[in-house]
Ligand binder design. Structure first.
Ligand code: SF4
Length: 140
């Protein structure tokens, strides 16, 4: 059965309602990137301000999302987007908290450059991978 999809949000996040019980929140957590794709507004070669989320704000909002998910029996997937989300230092610790303390599902869209690191890969498995659709690698 096809589900109606509705999108809300500002320039930094998109809230997508996939079906009545699932909520997908796409969160542009940083505008920093280590690659220079010529079509992209976040290319490292462009001189521009680079916004990044405040970790305390992210933690507070995650706690609220977890409360909302429990109260209204919603499945919530928080999907990190950049720039390159894995360059944002608090990402893996916060993802771990989102998953294990707040009961949220977490995914990340990455260009893959950080995946050379075995410790990063291990932390991604602990903090993010679940349900078989946790990490999306977009080739530059
Ligand atoms: S890797 Fe992604 S965010 Fe970075 S420049 Fe390429 S398309 Fe943009």
């Amino acid at each position: 059965m096809a589900h109606k999809t509705q999108q809300l949000g500002c320039g930094y996040c998109i809230i997508e309602t996939v079906n009545p019980s699932d909520l997908v929140l796409v969160w542009r957590i940083t505008e920093v990137c280590d690659l220079a794709c010529p079509f992209c507004a976040y290319s490292r070669d462009l001189r521009r301000p680079r916004a990044a989320a405040n970790p305390d704000d992210v933690l507070r909002f995650g706690a609220l999302l977890g409360e909302y998910a429990r109260a209204y029996r919603r499945n919530i997937l928080v999907s990190w987007l950049g720039g390159e989300p894995l360059l944002w230092k608090p990402l893996l610790d916060l993802s771990h908290t989102f998953k294990h303390a707040f009961g949220l599902r977490v995914s990340v869209t990455t260009n893959g450059t950080a995946l050379d690191s075995e410790p990063v890969r291990r932390r991604i498995v602990e903090a993010i991978v679940m349900d078989g659709h946790a990490i999306l690698i977009t080739p530059p």
